[in-house]
Design a protein around this ligand. Structure first.
Ligand SMILES: Nc1ncnc2c1ncn2[C@@H]1O[C@H](COP(=O)(O)OP(=O)(O)OP(=O)(O)O)[C@@H](O)[C@H]1O
Length: 337
C-alpha cells in the first residue's frame, strides 16, 4: 500500500460566477520514502490540491468527489478533530508564505515549544532539546532559537519552517513553493537542506512548484498539472528527458537552465482557461501548437507511455516528431486558432 493514494479527487470553489473546478479528477500515489513534485503554471490547482489533501481549504472550497487515502484511511471522510490529530504528527506542511508563518511577537523557539509540547506531549526540557536538534538538522545556529522572526533572513526563516515541519517526525511532508520567495543562491541552499534531509531521514515529500528545474533537483517523480488536471506523470528522469505532453515540452523550454545549456527561453503564449467554464476536450488545446480536431471535443485520458509514465494527449503516435518541433521558437509563436 502506498503512503498516500489520491484517487479521482475533485475540489471545486463556489464563486459568484459559478462553480470553479480547480482540481478536476486528479489521481496519484506516493510511496514511503519517495518525493513527487506537482508542477504547473500559476492557477493550475497545485495549492488547492494540497490544501484539499490536508483539509485546509478556503470556506468556499468543497471536496466534490474522490478520495485521499493516507495509510489506507480516507482523509476526506475524517472528522475535523481526527484530521487535526493527523496534521503535524502524520503529515505536515511547509507553507508557501513561510515568511509570515512564524509568530512575529514571540522568539522562534516558542513556535517550536508550542508544537512539541501541545501536539508532541514533550515536557519543556525535552521540547527545548528537540528544538535544538531540529535547528542543527537544517544547518541553523541554535543560538538563533531565541531570536525573533524579523531577525531571520528569508532563507533562515524557510529553514526554520522546514525544521518545524519535521518536529514530530511526520510520515509525509508537503512543501508548497518552499523556495519561490528566495533569491537563486538561497534557493539552492534551502533545496540542498531538503535533499539532504530526504536522504538522511528517508522523508516522503510532496512538493509544489511552478519551476520545473526545482523538481529536477529534488524529486523522484513529477506530476504536471494543467487547468485542474494531471496531464503527464512519471519518474522525473523520464518526464524531463522525454517530455511527451506538449505542455510539458513547453514548460521545459521555459526553463532552459534545466538542460544546463545556453538554450533559448521559449514561453507558451496565452493563459490557462477559465475553470468556471473549461473548454471541452483537452484543456490545453487553445494554447497547443500541435492541436488537431479531436483535441477540441474529446478529452484525452492518461495512458501509459513507458514504465510508470502516463500522458494524456491525442498525438502520442507522433511524439518523436512533435518533440523535435517543440524545440523551435517558431512552433510556439504560431498557435493555431
Ligand atoms: N478561495 C477561492 N475561491 C475561488 N477560486 C479560487 C480560490 N482559491 C483558488 N481559486 C482558483 O482556483 C484555481 C487554482 O488555484 P490554485 O491557487 O490552487 O493554483 P496554483 O497552481 O497553486 O497557483 P499559484 O501557484 O498561483 O498558487 C485558480 O483558478 C484560482 O483562481
Amino acid at each position: 500500500m502506498s503512503l498516500l493514494e489520491v484517487n479521482d479527487l475533485k475540489i471545486y470553489y463556489k464563486t459568484s460566477r459559478g462553480i470553479s473546478k480547480a482540481v478536476d479528477g486528479v489521481s496519484f500515489t506516493v510511496d514511503h520514502g519517495r518525493s513527487i513534485g506537482l508542477v504547473g503554471e500559476s492557477g493550475c490547482g497545485k495549492s488547492t490540491l494540497v490544501k484539499g489533501i490536508i483539509r485546509v481549504l478556503a470556506g468556499n472550497g468543497i471536496i466534490a468527489g474522490g478520495s485521499v487515502r493516507f495509510e489506507g484511511n480516507d482523509l476526506t471522510q475524517m472528522t475535523e478533530s481526527n484530521i487535526r490529530n493527523v496534521r503535524w504528527k502524520d503529515l505536515s506542511l511547509i507553507p508557501q508564505a513561510a515568511m509570515d508563518s512564524l509568530n512575529p511577537v514571540y522568539p522562534v523557539i516558542d513556535s517550536f515549544l508550542e508544537i512539541l509540547m501541545l501536539k508532541g506531549k514533550l515536557n519543556r526540557a525535552e521540547a527545548t532539546n528537540r528544538a535544538h536538534e531540529l535547528f542543527t538538522m537544517v544547518g541553523l545556529d541554535t543560538k538563533r532559537l531565541r531570536h525573533y522572526p524579523h531577525e531571520f533572513s528569508g532563507g533562515m526563516k524557510q529553514r526554520a519552517m522546514i525544521a518545524l515541519a519535521l518536529a514530530l517526525n511526520p510520515k509525509l511532508i508537503i512543501a508548497d513553493e518552499p523556495v519561490t520567495a528566495l533569491d537563486v543562491i538561497v534557493q539552492n541552499q534551502v533545496l540542498r537542506v531538503l535533499k539532504n534531509l530526504k536522504k538522511e531521514l528517508g522523508l516522503t515529500l510532496v512538493m509544489i512548484t511552478h519551476d520545473i528545474s526545482v523538481v529536477a533537483e529534488t524529486c523522484d517523480d513529477v506530476a504536471v498539472m494543467y487547468a485542474g488536471k494531471i496531464i503527464e506523470i512519471g519518474p522525473v528522469s523520464r518526464v524531463l528527458k522525454n517530455s511527451t505532453h506538449p505542455y510539458t515540452m513547453g514548460l521545459a523550454n521555459a526553463f532552459p537552465n534545466l538542460k544546463k545549456t545556453e538554450g533559448t527561453l521559449i514561453s507558451i503564449e496565452g493563459s490557462p482557461p477559465d475553470l468556471v467554464d473549461p473548454p471541452k476536450g483537452c484543456r490545453f488545446s487553445a494554447r497547443c501548437p500541435f492541436k488537431i480536431e479531436a483535441c477540441t471535443h474529446e478529452e484525452p485520458l492518461l495512458v501509459p507511455v513507458g514504465e510508470n509514465h502516463f500522458v494524456a494527449c491525442h498525438r502520442l503516435d507522433e511524439i518523436a516528431v512533435l518533440q523535435e518541433k517543440a524545440k523551435e521558437v517558431d512552433t510556439w509563436r504560431k498557435i493555431p486558432s
